[in-house]
Write a protein that binds this ligand. Sequence first.
Ligand SMILES: Cc1cc2nc3c(=O)[nH]c(=O)nc-3n(C[C@H](O)[C@H](O)[C@H](O)COP(=O)(O)O)c2cc1C
Length: 229
Amino acid sequence: MTSILIAYGTGEGQTKKVAEYIDSVLEGQGFDVTTTHVSEASDIAVSEFDGVLIGASVNNRTHQPEVLTFVERYNQALADRPSGFFQLSLASAFSSEWARDGAADYVEKLEGTTGWHPDRVGLFAGALKYTQYDFKMRWLFKLAALAFGLDTDTSRDYEYTDWDDVEHFATSFGELVESKRPPSRHDGTIQSTVRGTVGRRGVALSLAIGLAGVIYFVSRWDKGTDQRQ
Ligand SMILES: Cc1cc2nc3c(=O)[nH]c(=O)nc-3n(C[C@H](O)[C@H](O)[C@H](O)COP(=O)(O)O)c2cc1C
């Protein structure tokens, strides 16, 4: 049976949810799928899988450090077999060109840092998980959401992930692995699976600046809190 490893990093669980959905799609298509958090994958023989998918979310314009460590550690195994990367971000909740470019930039940065060039890339809209943020994060994200036209009711969470796109990505990757195509550098075209919910040109740049501001503010706040304690 063709085997696929899905290893992911996550903050509030949306990437885990997507990883598990991809798992169910591929299992349904007859693949033998193992899905695990990257931190729990240290004993996994990556080179024994026919294909490998890695997932991460964007947090302050970068991915989970443990995902980067995993990719660097298994770089050769990833290069030797069909591999794919899927990313969750709020940038992908917007359909503008700016947003698409912004979301793709995060992946390019990952590729530049690790030297890994996945054969397939899926860019998925993430979630606003107000109920999981602490008080200050909840309000900072509410302010950012107000500015960028996302949802602002902090008493609940909002999911922008397009599950049809995730399914399409999973199926496409399964076909790639099944075909046993030798691993190759992806051809520079990123398979964007973004379906917009807002659609205002230029909003991604504002989002990026706004999010960067939020993160900067939060980190300064945290430092201030640490110093006061
Ligand atoms: C602290 C924090 C920082 C974030 N920074 C970014 C960012 O720089 N760019 C972006 O597009 N999305 C950003 N996001 C949105 C997340 O990528 C999105 O919420 C995603 O669904 C999180 O997935 P996860 O639950 O698997 O971590 C951020 C979210 C949080 C909570």
